[in-house]
Design a protein around this ligand. Structure first.
Ligand code: ADP
Length: 160
């Protein structure tokens, strides 16, 4: 069985992430969306909230599951019996960091392959931080995040 892991902070999940999830779920038998726990930036949404928003979004994709990890990504990949890490690429600016991470992960675990999927052009400008910034300033996040979680994200900003 070909299993892939799609890691990220997903703070919160956007249409750009969802597009990568949908497309990679067609290439692999199983896809685990893996939310990073120890991230240098303090997330706005808690781990449970981020996982909940992803679950709501992927409802209907039967070979996709949501999990989280704490330590090294390659250790999580091995524990899941997966062979592939999926990364989305938006622009050249993503390239340098992802290139370094892919080579380091290969050094740590040569059996794990990193595969890159190009963003859909309409999401090339989209990031979780942009969504948060727009929502915080009262702008519209329609078309930026899955419609089913749009209100959940706006509610978070009403509370903070
Ligand atoms: P962000 O950079 O938005 O905070 P994450 O750390 O959650 O995102 O990113 C997880 C993965 O999703 C990374 O591989 C990232 O390159 C990819 N990704 C994020 N936004 C997009 C997008 N709009 N299109 C394609 N891939 C994306």
């Amino acid at each position: 069985m070909r299993i892939a892991i799609y890691p990220g902070s997903f703070d919160p999940i956007t249409n750009g992430h969802l597009d990568i999830i949908q497309r990679s779920s067609q290439v692999f038998d199983k896809l685990t969306v893996a939310v990073v726990k120890n991230h240098s930036k303090k997330p706005l949404f808690t781990m449970e909230e981020r996982k909940g928003l992803i679950r709501k979004t992927i409802n209907g994709l039967s070979n996709v599951e949501v999990d989280h990890f704490d330590g090294l990504l390659v250790d999580f990949v091995s524990a899941k019996g997966a062979q592939v890490i999926i990364k989305g690429l938006r622009a050249m600016s993503d390239f340098e960091y992802e290139f370094q991470m892919a080579l380091l992960n290969r050094k740590l675990q040569p059996n794990v392959e990193t595969m890159f999927m190009m963003t859909n052009h309409q999401y090339s400008y989209l990031s979780s931080s942009m969504v948060k910034e727009i929502a915080a300033l009262g702008g519209s996040i329609t078309d930026l995040v899955p419609e089913i979680i749009r209100q959940d994200i706006l509610d978070k900003f009403r509370k903070v």
